[in-house]
Design a protein around this ligand. Structure first.
Ligand code: NAD
Length: 514
């Protein structure tokens, strides 16, 4: 294994070997035989390492350990669980640069974004620590004399986490840190496209659990493709499956979990738009649109895919964007002078090329040309040029999430029309309006405005903060993770009524005397 960027040292410091076991209940790792996933870096096409695939028998052992661990973990006071999460946050602070570099190298996002992803993990740890003292239930006034009524929240049990390649570590932490303070134990199946970053997280968490004398099974890792994901979605011992990925995957997971009446928390694809009105501050609008469309090479669930632009500023927006695209530097994401890194793999490049063909066939007008880069520095074959098309909202390809840096420009005449275009797609994740006009902003945020889970004013569609609930509507799946009261998804609510009187009055005044 030989890579530039000092990645060997990083891997060593994170405890990762060339060939790794992939199934773990904490500090213990199971040998699951000869079936491996090799992780290749999209940065240079070189292998980073190999991870053993979890087989059924190993999965059963993981679930057995998780069930046992839950019996211990759920009895620990929530603030004591918060203390463990606080230590995990500190361990992440210590490994921030190494983990950020690994994420960048394995996924292909810029080093800055890799560091940002780890920062989000640290932030959610801090949030979860505070939350561990705030898992509040309500008290109600009973209609019966001498009675007290209140609700409390209990942990669910095993939470299964299925994650996508594009946020290989942050999505795990959004789920686990909350689930852990809530008293749940977690089994994580990371993306088969980024398993090495997941190993690093498992090592970091396991060390903290071990040093606190806690049992195996609170933090478990399984590896493999959709088949291992199905172990979780079909398993009645896993009351909640939180799945992040494509809508195609979410439909399958939702169906499997629903068939056993379990709970699923689905975080699926987006088709995010920014409306640029005639009253927009164009400097902010162009910068917001640019980062949203080309950041992470268009591989964020919140990436900007559509720009709905008022006709009066359409020409200038088009020109300024084309000029900004002309200045983009594409290349190794670990080199901070580059703006755009690679797509995750060659399949993603294929999808990008197909989408370009399709928009052209449907009548889209090319504004900035796309294409695959080759030659020195682009050996992985995964580097593509961000491109722009003038298109119509109803085009089939525009209705579809292509996970690549393709931006569609759509002109509009009045705001009702713009909002209709905006909402006229199957997905409902993130949205934005660029305007300095209060009426336009408020209309966009009103019940008759954006139908998305996230709606911003004068901020692009990507780059959410952990303090808010994150997720979207329609085919985005309806799940909410991270901040606000998202923790409730990881707990079960119990209503308690206590009679401290000497009578037994029935509710609704019912008489039942003998
Ligand atoms: P993907 O759907 O191909 O895979 C995601 C995960 O699901 C992987 O771990 C995969 O192994 C697993 N999986 C696939 N089919 C499964 C099945 N039938 N049963 C159980 N597990 C299964 O997605 P991807 O290519 O890794 O990620 C990109 C997608 O994720 C995009 O659509 C993006 O918008 C979405 N995403 C959404 C959010 C969000 O919060 N809404 C965040 C990140 C990514």
């Amino acid at each position: 294994m030989s890579n530039d960027f000092g990645i060997e040292t990083v891997l060593k410091r994170l405890g990762i070997e060339e060939t790794n076991k992939g199934t773990s209940t904490g500090s213990e790792w199971m040998d699951t035989g000869a079936d491996y996933i090799t992780s290749f870096s999209p940065v240079d096409g070189k292998p980073i390492g190999k991870v053993q695939v979890t087989h059924r028998q190993a999965y059963e052992a993981v679930i057995g350990k998780a069930e046992e661990a839950f019996k211990v973990w759920r009895k620990m006071p929530a603030p004591a669980r918060g203390e463990v999460v606080r230590q995990i946050g500190n361990a992440l602070r210590d490994r921030k640069e190494d983990l950020g570099k690994l994420v960048s190298y394995e996924m292909g996002k810029s080093y800055q974004e890799g560091l940002g992803e780890v920062q989000e993990m640290i932030d959610i740890c801090d949030f979860a620590v505070g939350l561990s003292r705030q898992l509040y239930g309500l008290t109600m006034h009973s209609e019966r004399p001498g009675h007290r009524m209140y609700e409390q929240w209990h942990p669910l049990g095993i939470v299964g986490i299925i994650s996508a390649f594009n946020f290989p570590v942050a999505v795990w932490s959004w789920n686990t840190m909350l689930a852990w303070v809530c008293g749940d134990v977690c089994v994580w199946k990371p993306s088969e496209k980024a398993p090495i970053s997941a190993l690093a997280c498992q090592y970091i968490a396991a060390e903290v659990f071990k040093s606190n004398g806690l049992p195996e099974g609170i933090s478990s890792l399984v590896n493999g493709d959709y088949k291992v994901g199905e172990y979780l979605s079909k398993d009645g011992r896993v009351p909640l499956v939180s799945a992040t990925g494509s809508t195609r995957m979410g439909k399958k997971v939702g169906e499997a979990v629903g068939a056993r009446l379990g709970r699923s928390l689905l975080e699926l694809g987006g088709n995010n738009a920014i409306i640029i009105t005639e009253n927009a501050d164009l400097d902010i609008a162009i910068r917001g649109a640019l980062f949203g469309a080309v950041g992470t090479a268009g591989q964020r669930c919140t990436s900007t895919r559509r720009l709905i632009v008022h006709k009066s500023v359409f020409g200038v927006v088009k020109e300024r964007l084309a000029s900004a695209y002309g200045k983009l530097v594409i290349g190794n994401p670990l080199d901070e002078k580059n703006h755009v890194g690679p797509l995750i793999d060659k399949d993603a490049v294929e999808m990008y090329l197909k989408a370009i063909d399709k928009v052209k066939q449907e009548g889209g007008k090319e504004i900035v040309e796309g294409g695959v880069l080759s030659g020195s520095g682009y050996a992985s074959g995964c580097y593509v040029k961000p491109c722009i098309f003038e298109a119509e909202n109803h085009f089939e390809i525009v209705q579809h999430e292509t996970f690549a840096p393709i931006l569609y420009l759509i002109p509009y005449e009045d705001l009702d029309e713009a909002i209709a275009y905006h909402n006229g797609v199957p997905q409902g994740l993130s949205s934005a309006i660029m305007t300095t006009n209060m009426r336009e902003a408020e209309q966009f945020l009103s019940a008759a405005g954006s139908d998305c889970g996230i709606a911003n004013v004068n901020i692009g569609t990507s780059g959410a903060e952990i303090g808010g609930a994150f997720g979207g509507e329609k085919e985005t799946g309806g799940g909410r993770e991270s901040g606000s009261d998202s923790w409730k998804a990881y707990m079960r609510r119990q209503t308690n009524t206590i009679n401290y009187s000497t009578q037994l009055p029935l509710a609704q005044g019912i008489k039942f005397d003998i």
